[in-house]
Design a protein around this ligand. Structure first.
Ligand SMILES: [Cu+2]
Length: 125
């Protein structure tokens, strides 16, 4: 009995370790590479000179989301930092499944005087 319990404990510890490694090994670039994954929802980020249409966007964690950029004015790009997501105007992104957290959305095209201020927050929860 005791041996069995020990084995179970060891197995659980190994599982926990694997989970921890997977969680912190995440540059999350893999997430964005799931091109064929079916997105359960789309998030559209709209940009004008020099702001995004929202200060905060919220999406559910661990859920495949397809991110899109629509420029309504000017020429902007989007990078979601630490999420491996880069968006070009009008193109659908790859699908990204993100862990819970707060990510910075920023413009990644030098687009004029307000460029550096073009930031928003993505809340994944
Ligand atoms: Cu810009």
């Amino acid at each position: 009995m005791r041996m069995v319990r020990k084995r179970i404990a060891a197995a659980m510890a190994a599982l926990a370790l694997t989970g921890a490694l997977a969680a912190c090994g995440g540059k999350n670039e893999n997430a964005a590479e799931q091109e064929t994954a079916v997105a359960s929802q789309d998030l559209v980020i709209r940009a004008t000179n020099w702001q995004f249409d929202k200060a905060e966007y919220t999406v559910p964690k661990d859920t495949p989301i397809r991110y899109m950029l629509e420029n309504e004015q000017g020429a902007h790009g989007v990078e979601i930092e630490k999420a491996g997501v880069k968006l070009s105007n009008g193109k659908k992104s790859k699908v990204a499944t993100l862990a819970a957290g707060t990510y910075t959305i920023k413009c990644n095209i030098v687009c004029g005087q307000g460029h550096l201020a073009m930031k928003a927050t993505l809340i994944v929860k």
